[in-house]
Design a protein around this ligand. Sequence first.
Ligand code: NAP
Length: 276
Amino acid sequence: SEEQRRMVEFAIVANPDPADIAALPGLTWIHSLWAGVERLVLELGEKAPPIVRLKDPELSRVMAEAVLAWTYYLQRDMPAYRDNQQKALWQELDYRHPGEMTIGLLGLGALGVAAAERLLHAGFNVTGWSRSSKAIEGVETLTGDDGLQGLLEKSDILVCLVPLTDATRGLVNASRLAAMKNGAAIINFARGAVIVADHLIAALDSGKLSHAVLDVFEQEPLPAASPFWQHPKVAVLPHISAPTSRESSARIVAGNVRTWRETGTLPETVDMARGY
Ligand code: NAP
Protein backbone atom coordinates (compact mmCIF):
# COMPACT_ATOMS: atom_id res chain seq x y z
CA SER A 1 0.00 0.00 0.00
CA GLU A 2 0.94 3.67 -0.26
CA GLU A 3 1.33 3.79 3.53
CA GLN A 4 3.76 0.84 3.53
CA ARG A 5 5.77 2.32 0.69
CA ARG A 6 6.21 5.56 2.63
CA MET A 7 7.60 3.67 5.62
CA VAL A 8 10.41 1.94 3.72
CA GLU A 9 13.77 3.29 4.94
CA PHE A 10 16.15 1.28 2.84
CA ALA A 11 15.94 -1.14 -0.05
CA ILE A 12 18.03 -4.22 -0.77
CA VAL A 13 17.90 -4.76 -4.52
CA ALA A 14 19.43 -6.93 -7.25
CA ASN A 15 18.51 -5.50 -10.65
CA PRO A 16 15.27 -3.70 -9.85
CA ASP A 17 12.99 -1.71 -12.09
CA PRO A 18 14.17 1.78 -11.07
CA ALA A 19 10.51 2.89 -11.12
CA ASP A 20 9.87 0.62 -8.13
CA ILE A 21 12.66 2.40 -6.25
CA ALA A 22 11.41 5.83 -7.28
CA ALA A 23 8.03 4.87 -5.74
CA LEU A 24 9.61 4.74 -2.24
CA PRO A 25 9.70 8.39 -1.09
CA GLY A 26 11.18 7.73 2.38
CA LEU A 27 14.25 5.80 1.25
CA THR A 28 17.45 6.90 2.92
CA TRP A 29 19.71 4.46 1.09
CA ILE A 30 19.80 1.53 -1.32
CA HIS A 31 21.93 -1.60 -1.03
CA SER A 32 22.64 -3.23 -4.37
CA LEU A 33 23.28 -6.98 -4.43
CA TRP A 34 25.00 -6.46 -7.76
CA ALA A 35 28.42 -4.91 -8.23
CA GLY A 36 27.24 -3.07 -11.37
CA VAL A 37 24.75 -0.27 -10.71
CA GLU A 38 24.66 1.53 -14.08
CA ARG A 39 20.91 1.11 -14.49
CA LEU A 40 20.12 2.62 -11.08
CA VAL A 41 22.57 5.47 -11.70
CA LEU A 42 21.16 6.23 -15.14
CA GLU A 43 17.47 6.02 -14.31
CA LEU A 44 17.36 7.40 -10.75
CA GLY A 45 19.79 10.23 -11.47
CA GLU A 46 20.97 12.93 -9.10
CA LYS A 47 17.91 12.75 -6.81
CA ALA A 48 18.61 9.14 -5.87
CA PRO A 49 19.31 8.23 -2.25
CA PRO A 50 22.88 6.98 -1.63
CA ILE A 51 23.60 3.64 -3.29
CA VAL A 52 25.89 1.09 -1.68
CA ARG A 53 27.06 -1.55 -4.15
CA LEU A 54 28.07 -5.07 -3.27
CA LYS A 55 31.72 -5.41 -2.37
CA ASP A 56 32.23 -9.03 -1.50
CA PRO A 57 35.54 -10.91 -1.32
CA GLU A 58 33.68 -14.06 -2.40
CA LEU A 59 32.40 -12.26 -5.52
CA SER A 60 35.95 -11.12 -6.26
CA ARG A 61 37.24 -14.66 -5.83
CA VAL A 62 34.60 -16.08 -8.16
CA MET A 63 35.31 -13.44 -10.80
CA ALA A 64 39.06 -13.99 -10.54
CA GLU A 65 38.44 -17.71 -10.99
CA ALA A 66 36.37 -17.00 -14.12
CA VAL A 67 39.07 -14.74 -15.54
CA LEU A 68 41.71 -17.42 -14.97
CA ALA A 69 39.48 -20.21 -16.36
CA TRP A 70 38.70 -18.37 -19.61
CA THR A 71 42.26 -17.10 -19.93
CA TYR A 72 43.37 -20.74 -19.82
CA TYR A 73 40.66 -21.59 -22.38
CA LEU A 74 42.32 -19.16 -24.76
CA GLN A 75 45.96 -19.82 -23.77
CA ARG A 76 45.48 -23.59 -24.25
CA ASP A 77 43.77 -23.04 -27.65
CA MET A 78 40.61 -24.86 -26.67
CA PRO A 79 38.53 -23.18 -29.42
CA ALA A 80 40.98 -24.38 -32.10
CA TYR A 81 41.12 -27.94 -30.71
CA ARG A 82 37.32 -28.07 -30.63
CA ASP A 83 37.24 -27.02 -34.30
CA ASN A 84 39.90 -29.56 -35.20
CA GLN A 85 37.99 -32.32 -33.48
CA GLN A 86 34.94 -31.52 -35.61
CA LYS A 87 37.17 -32.04 -38.67
CA ALA A 88 38.76 -35.20 -37.20
CA LEU A 89 42.05 -33.30 -37.50
CA TRP A 90 44.90 -34.54 -35.27
CA GLN A 91 47.15 -31.51 -35.10
CA GLU A 92 49.43 -30.19 -32.39
CA LEU A 93 49.46 -26.42 -31.97
CA ASP A 94 52.39 -24.55 -30.46
CA TYR A 95 52.23 -24.37 -26.66
CA ARG A 96 52.23 -20.81 -25.34
CA HIS A 97 53.82 -20.38 -21.93
CA PRO A 98 51.92 -17.97 -19.62
CA GLY A 99 55.18 -16.09 -19.16
CA GLU A 100 55.15 -15.26 -22.89
CA MET A 101 51.66 -13.78 -22.66
CA THR A 102 50.38 -10.44 -21.40
CA ILE A 103 46.87 -10.10 -20.05
CA GLY A 104 45.53 -6.54 -20.16
CA LEU A 105 42.90 -5.70 -17.55
CA LEU A 106 40.56 -2.77 -18.15
CA GLY A 107 39.58 -1.85 -14.60
CA LEU A 108 41.53 -2.41 -11.39
CA GLY A 109 38.71 -2.30 -8.86
CA ALA A 110 37.56 -4.98 -6.44
CA LEU A 111 37.29 -7.50 -9.28
CA GLY A 112 40.20 -6.36 -11.45
CA VAL A 113 42.72 -6.53 -8.62
CA ALA A 114 41.58 -10.02 -7.59
CA ALA A 115 41.87 -11.15 -11.23
CA ALA A 116 45.32 -9.58 -11.54
CA GLU A 117 46.59 -11.49 -8.51
CA ARG A 118 45.20 -14.79 -9.77
CA LEU A 119 46.76 -14.29 -13.22
CA LEU A 120 50.13 -13.31 -11.74
CA HIS A 121 50.10 -16.41 -9.58
CA ALA A 122 49.47 -18.48 -12.73
CA GLY A 123 52.56 -16.94 -14.35
CA PHE A 124 51.01 -14.49 -16.80
CA ASN A 125 52.30 -10.97 -17.30
CA VAL A 126 49.62 -8.53 -16.19
CA THR A 127 49.04 -4.93 -17.22
CA GLY A 128 46.08 -3.01 -15.81
CA TRP A 129 44.34 0.25 -16.58
CA SER A 130 42.23 2.41 -14.28
CA ARG A 131 41.01 5.97 -13.91
CA SER A 132 43.23 6.83 -10.94
CA SER A 133 46.78 5.54 -10.68
CA LYS A 134 47.45 2.35 -8.70
CA ALA A 135 50.39 0.46 -7.31
CA ILE A 136 49.96 -3.31 -7.33
CA GLU A 137 53.02 -5.45 -6.81
CA GLY A 138 54.01 -7.29 -9.97
CA VAL A 139 51.44 -5.51 -12.15
CA GLU A 140 52.19 -2.75 -14.64
CA THR A 141 49.53 -0.11 -13.98
CA LEU A 142 48.52 2.51 -16.53
CA THR A 143 46.04 5.40 -16.78
CA GLY A 144 44.72 7.81 -19.40
CA ASP A 145 44.52 7.53 -23.19
CA ASP A 146 48.23 6.85 -23.58
CA GLY A 147 48.04 4.15 -20.95
CA LEU A 148 45.11 2.53 -22.71
CA GLN A 149 46.95 2.62 -26.03
CA GLY A 150 49.99 0.99 -24.44
CA LEU A 151 47.88 -1.73 -22.83
CA LEU A 152 46.07 -2.51 -26.10
CA GLU A 153 49.36 -2.79 -28.00
CA LYS A 154 50.84 -5.36 -25.63
CA SER A 155 47.85 -7.49 -24.59
CA ASP A 156 47.44 -11.02 -25.90
CA ILE A 157 44.14 -11.14 -24.05
CA LEU A 158 42.12 -8.05 -23.12
CA VAL A 159 39.83 -8.53 -20.10
CA CYS A 160 37.07 -5.96 -19.49
CA LEU A 161 36.23 -5.29 -15.85
CA VAL A 162 35.28 -1.61 -15.92
CA PRO A 163 31.83 -0.43 -14.85
CA LEU A 164 29.49 0.88 -17.54
CA THR A 165 29.47 4.69 -17.33
CA ASP A 166 29.32 7.60 -19.79
CA ALA A 167 33.11 7.33 -20.00
CA THR A 168 33.27 3.59 -20.70
CA ARG A 169 30.28 3.15 -23.03
CA GLY A 170 31.74 2.16 -26.40
CA LEU A 171 35.27 2.29 -24.96
CA VAL A 172 36.39 -0.71 -27.01
CA ASN A 173 35.58 0.55 -30.52
CA ALA A 174 37.08 0.02 -33.99
CA SER A 175 40.11 2.24 -33.43
CA ARG A 176 40.89 0.65 -30.04
CA LEU A 177 40.52 -2.81 -31.58
CA ALA A 178 42.82 -1.77 -34.43
CA ALA A 179 45.49 -0.87 -31.85
CA MET A 180 45.52 -4.44 -30.52
CA LYS A 181 47.98 -7.18 -31.46
CA ASN A 182 47.04 -9.28 -34.45
CA GLY A 183 45.41 -12.47 -33.23
CA ALA A 184 44.67 -11.14 -29.73
CA ALA A 185 41.51 -12.20 -27.88
CA ILE A 186 38.94 -10.43 -25.71
CA ILE A 187 37.07 -11.48 -22.58
CA ASN A 188 34.16 -9.25 -21.57
CA PHE A 189 32.93 -9.85 -18.03
CA ALA A 190 31.91 -6.21 -17.42
CA ARG A 191 28.92 -4.93 -19.39
CA GLY A 192 28.01 -5.48 -23.05
CA ALA A 193 27.96 -1.81 -24.02
CA VAL A 194 31.63 -1.32 -23.05
CA ILE A 195 32.44 -2.96 -26.42
CA VAL A 196 30.86 -1.81 -29.71
CA ALA A 197 29.32 -5.12 -30.85
CA ASP A 198 29.49 -4.46 -34.62
CA HIS A 199 33.11 -3.35 -34.37
CA LEU A 200 33.98 -6.50 -32.43
CA ILE A 201 32.34 -8.73 -35.03
CA ALA A 202 34.22 -6.91 -37.82
CA ALA A 203 37.53 -7.43 -35.98
CA LEU A 204 36.80 -11.15 -35.54
CA ASP A 205 35.71 -11.56 -39.18
CA SER A 206 38.80 -9.80 -40.53
CA GLY A 207 41.08 -12.07 -38.47
CA LYS A 208 42.40 -9.14 -36.46
CA LEU A 209 41.12 -10.83 -33.30
CA SER A 210 41.18 -14.59 -32.79
CA HIS A 211 38.38 -15.04 -30.27
CA ALA A 212 35.95 -13.33 -27.90
CA VAL A 213 34.49 -14.71 -24.67
CA LEU A 214 31.35 -12.70 -23.92
CA ASP A 215 29.38 -13.01 -20.69
CA VAL A 216 27.49 -9.73 -20.95
CA PHE A 217 25.44 -8.11 -23.72
CA GLU A 218 23.60 -4.88 -24.39
CA GLN A 219 20.37 -6.86 -24.36
CA GLU A 220 20.04 -9.80 -21.96
CA PRO A 221 19.00 -12.51 -22.49
CA LEU A 222 20.91 -12.29 -25.78
CA PRO A 223 18.26 -12.27 -28.56
CA ALA A 224 18.13 -15.44 -30.69
CA ALA A 225 18.88 -13.34 -33.79
CA SER A 226 22.20 -12.03 -32.43
CA PRO A 227 25.14 -12.92 -34.68
CA PHE A 228 27.15 -13.74 -31.54
CA TRP A 229 25.29 -17.03 -30.98
CA GLN A 230 26.48 -18.67 -34.21
CA HIS A 231 29.83 -16.91 -34.56
CA PRO A 232 32.64 -19.49 -34.75
CA LYS A 233 35.04 -17.19 -32.90
CA VAL A 234 32.72 -16.29 -30.03
CA ALA A 235 31.95 -18.07 -26.75
CA VAL A 236 28.58 -16.88 -25.43
CA LEU A 237 27.96 -17.13 -21.67
CA PRO A 238 24.65 -16.15 -19.99
CA HIS A 239 26.01 -13.57 -17.51
CA ILE A 240 27.43 -16.22 -15.17
CA SER A 241 31.05 -15.24 -14.74
CA ALA A 242 30.53 -14.03 -11.18
CA PRO A 243 27.09 -14.68 -9.68
CA THR A 244 26.36 -13.09 -6.31
CA SER A 245 26.61 -15.65 -3.50
CA ARG A 246 23.45 -15.62 -1.37
CA GLU A 247 25.31 -16.60 1.78
CA SER A 248 28.19 -14.15 1.63
CA SER A 249 26.16 -11.25 0.23
CA ALA A 250 23.47 -11.72 2.91
CA ARG A 251 26.16 -11.59 5.60
CA ILE A 252 27.70 -8.45 4.12
CA VAL A 253 24.39 -6.64 3.65
CA ALA A 254 23.24 -7.59 7.16
CA GLY A 255 26.53 -6.27 8.56
CA ASN A 256 26.14 -2.99 6.68
CA VAL A 257 22.54 -2.59 7.86
CA ARG A 258 23.56 -3.36 11.45
CA THR A 259 26.35 -0.77 11.38
CA TRP A 260 23.98 1.80 9.91
CA ARG A 261 21.38 1.13 12.62
CA GLU A 262 23.98 1.33 15.38
CA THR A 263 26.14 4.22 14.16
CA GLY A 264 24.27 5.83 11.27
CA THR A 265 27.21 5.37 8.95
CA LEU A 266 27.16 3.82 5.49
CA PRO A 267 29.96 2.06 3.61
CA GLU A 268 31.39 3.90 0.61
CA THR A 269 28.54 4.91 -1.72
CA VAL A 270 28.33 5.26 -5.48
CA ASP A 271 29.57 8.59 -6.84
CA MET A 272 26.62 9.55 -9.04
CA ALA A 273 28.59 12.06 -11.12
CA ARG A 274 31.34 9.51 -11.83
CA GLY A 275 28.70 6.82 -12.43
CA TYR A 276 30.24 4.04 -10.30
P1 NAP B 1 34.99 -1.15 -8.99
O1 NAP B 1 35.59 -1.69 -7.72
O2 NAP B 1 34.18 0.08 -8.93
O3 NAP B 1 36.21 -0.95 -10.01
C1 NAP B 1 36.04 -0.35 -11.26
C2 NAP B 1 37.41 -0.14 -11.88
O4 NAP B 1 37.24 0.44 -13.19
C3 NAP B 1 38.28 0.83 -11.08
O5 NAP B 1 39.64 0.43 -11.14
C4 NAP B 1 38.08 2.14 -11.84
O6 NAP B 1 39.15 3.06 -11.72
C5 NAP B 1 38.01 1.64 -13.27
N1 NAP B 1 37.35 2.64 -14.12
C6 NAP B 1 36.09 3.14 -14.02
N2 NAP B 1 35.87 4.06 -14.97
C7 NAP B 1 37.02 4.16 -15.67
C8 NAP B 1 37.43 4.95 -16.77
N3 NAP B 1 36.60 5.84 -17.33
N4 NAP B 1 38.68 4.81 -17.23
C9 NAP B 1 39.54 3.92 -16.66
N5 NAP B 1 39.22 3.13 -15.63
C10 NAP B 1 37.96 3.25 -15.14
O7 NAP B 1 34.09 -2.27 -9.68
P2 NAP B 1 34.21 -3.87 -9.56
O8 NAP B 1 33.56 -4.33 -8.31
O9 NAP B 1 35.62 -4.25 -9.82
O10 NAP B 1 33.25 -4.32 -10.76
C11 NAP B 1 33.52 -3.94 -12.10
C12 NAP B 1 32.33 -4.26 -12.98
O11 NAP B 1 32.21 -5.66 -13.20
C13 NAP B 1 30.97 -3.89 -12.39
O12 NAP B 1 30.69 -2.53 -12.56
C14 NAP B 1 30.03 -4.77 -13.17
O13 NAP B 1 29.57 -4.08 -14.32
C15 NAP B 1 30.89 -5.94 -13.62
N6 NAP B 1 30.46 -7.22 -13.02
C16 NAP B 1 30.09 -8.25 -13.82
C17 NAP B 1 29.71 -9.47 -13.29
C18 NAP B 1 29.35 -10.63 -14.17
O14 NAP B 1 28.86 -11.64 -13.68
N7 NAP B 1 29.58 -10.57 -15.46
C19 NAP B 1 29.68 -9.63 -11.91
C20 NAP B 1 30.06 -8.57 -11.10
C21 NAP B 1 30.44 -7.37 -11.66
P3 NAP B 1 39.54 3.68 -10.25
O15 NAP B 1 40.20 2.52 -9.53
O16 NAP B 1 40.48 4.76 -10.56
O17 NAP B 1 38.25 4.10 -9.61
